[in-house]
Design a protein around this ligand. Structure first.
Ligand code: GLV
Ligand code: MN
Ligand code: MN
Length: 398
């Protein structure tokens, strides 16, 4: 089946009719439908499908054995995400297998396509949760207790999807099977468009993390409470957003506050509580540590002046990643010298890189927009991605 035909099957699932963005949150009906699609697609190709203990999906061409070549990505999305972030790598994995079979290739090492669970942390807050669990990078107890915005725990969500949350955690058997992991992903900035390169190879990922910020104050009447008498957490929050932007700019880092909850959220009342989430990224772990510390200090000082409470807590952290240099060099050679680039976007390949040889292929994104409905890649570039991935899998599996 062509890439395009396979791609079209997945497109309607979880797409919001008004925004055109995807809402494929882990273990919700839309994401479960994507999982069904994965199973059907694998079965139609005679690939053995398994869901591992951590909710990640695997499709095997050949016996699951040590030294296998694994490709894939994720099927979940950010709120109103684009179609490509994640699914492009999974669809391309299946399409590359189709292409290799058309070429009459018989792999000497087994090849697997994987879809990691909860890569975006869009439901339970921790990015790359499925790959972190597989690699033992988060404790099973902490993971089980993570909650979604309505208070449902990961353990409850897994159980309702028919999975046993008691079995989650590092999976040495499965890890030992991964001889190499190559994730294909849409590029999430403008780097390749500027280089006029449909395909590029990833060199590394900026360190990045997420922090939960809680601002507390005193709910009161908007029309009768004198400004001097207020303890308004919205002020401390607003100042934090501005401080984050400034500290990041001065350090050559990035800081984003893209999620906020205000309570009780009334037009004519001073709020009692504002919850917000900071996403911060930087070229090095040292710079990131410093920027986050500076933001925390500025917010704490402001809270004191506003008479509000301020508590900041790290929710996830991904240190700087360098992809396997030997694997990366080999892929560049096999593809005949494509450009290499680093990225500020997080990926399961970054988590796996601490445990197995991992590398990434990027497909050009002409507008550079990502984590938004306008995210796009041309069909010609997607086809070039499938071709490149097939060439890489062939080299690694023969
Ligand atoms: C994942 O896409 C991330 O970089 O947050
Ligand atoms: Mn993403
Ligand atoms: Mn992604």
């Amino acid at each position: 089946m062509s890439f395009e035909a396979l791609w079209r099957e997945l497109l309607p699932i979880g797409r919001h009719p008004e925004t055109g963005g995807y809402r494929r949150f882990t273990y919700t009906p839309a994401e479960l439908e994507c999982r069904e699609w994965f199973r059907r697609t694998a079965q139609a190709r005679d690939l053995a499908v398994e869901t591992d203990r951590n909710g990640n999906l695997w499709a095997w061409w050949g016996e699951p054995a040590p030294g296998s070549v694994v490709t894939g990505s994720h099927l979940d999305s950010v709120p109103d995400g684009g179609a490509y972030d994640g699914p492009l790598g999974v669809v391309s994995g299946f399409a590359a297998i189709d292409l290799l079979r058309e070429r009459g290739f018989t792999p000497r090492r087994s090849i697997a396509v994987v879809a990691f669970a909860e890569e975006e942390g869009g439901r339970f807050g921790v990015a790359c949760l499925g790959s972190r669990l597989l690699c033992g990078e988060i404790s099973p107890d902490r993971a089980r207790a993570l909650t979604d915005p309505s208070g449902v725990t990961l353990a409850e969500a897994m159980a309702s999807a028919g999975l046993d949350p008691e079995r989650i955690g590092r999976d040495d058997t499965l890890l030992s099977r991964i001889g190499s992991y190559v994730e294909l992903h849409i590029e999430q900035g403008r780097a390749q468009a500027d280089l006029d390169a449909p395909i590029a190879v990833g060199t590394g990922i900026w360190p990045h993390g997420r922090w939960r910020l809680e601002f507390t104050g005193e709910a009161n009447h908007a029309g009768t409470t004198r400004l001097d008498d207020r303890r308004d957490p919205m002020l401390t929050y607003a100042n934090t957003v501005l401080a984050a932007r400034k500290k990041a700019r001065l350090a050559g880092a990035l800081a984003t506050v893209g999620r906020v909850v205000c309570e009780p959220n009334g037009t004519n009342a001073v709020p009692s509580r504002v919850l917000a989430w900071l996403d911060a990224r930087a070229p090095s772990d040292e710079v990131l540590d410093r920027v986050v510390e500076e933001i925390e200090r500025a917010s704490a000082e402001r809270a004191q002046r506003d008479g509000t409470g301020f508590v900041m807590r790290q929710e996830s952290y991904s240190p700087a990643v360098q992809f396997d240099p030997a694997l990366t060099d080999r892929i560049v050679r096999v593809l005949g010298g494509v450009p290499t680039l680093g990225t500020g976007a997080g990926h399961d390949a970054g988590v796996l890189a601490g445990h197995v040889p991992a590398a990434m292929l990027f497909v050009r994104n002409p507008t550079g927009v990502s984590h938004a409905p306008a995210e796009h890649a041309t069909m010609a570039d997607c086809a070039a991605g499938v071709n490149a991935l097939a060439t890489v899998l062939e080299a690694l599996a023969q």
